[in-house]
Write a protein that binds this ligand. Structure first.
Ligand code: 5GP
Length: 120
């Protein structure tokens, strides 16, 4: 899939849309989700233009990849959920229910999160 430069996270990265910033470095930006699903709900995105995890895994540099993984831990610590535990997940593509076509990891915490996938 071609990267859409007009997706909402690209606009946040360019400063065209505001966000409640948690952490930023050369590789990532972490900010609070606009529609939190848990007591704490943050997002972390790479600064590079990657549609999803598969795009990122195949094209990103080792430094970008380690920067994103490290960034998850840093952001969790910054929002104060590291000690009690938290969950990070990434939605990929249509079946994964990915809505924004710029790779993002969700970071949930601040309360008991229950089972990872709701039982149907
Ligand atoms: P997805 O379903 O793609 O994994 O998750 C997209 C997430 O982005 C959703 O949790 C949604 O609430 C969040 N989101 C969508 N638009 C905005 C926005 O403009 N600002 C912020 N902070 N979060 C957004």
């Amino acid at each position: 899939m071609t990267y859409d430069k007009n997706n909402v996270f690209a606009k946040i990265l360019r400063g065209e849309i505001p966000c409640e910033k948690i952490y930023e470095d050369k590789y990532v930006l972490a900010f609070y989700d606009i529609n939190p699903q848990k007591k704490i709900h943050a997002l972390i995105i790479p600064k590079g233009e990657y549609v999803d995890l598969d795009d990122f895994s195949s094209k990103a540099s080792e430094k970008e990849i380690s920067g994103l993984i490290k960034g998850i831990s840093i952001a969790a610590k910054k929002v104060g959920i590291s000690n009690d535990g938290y969950r990070s997940l990434v939605n990929i593509g249509e079946n994964g229910n990915q809505e924004v076509p710029h790779l993002h990891f969700h970071i949930f915490g601040g309360e008991k999160l229950g089972k990872m996938v709701p039982q149907s």
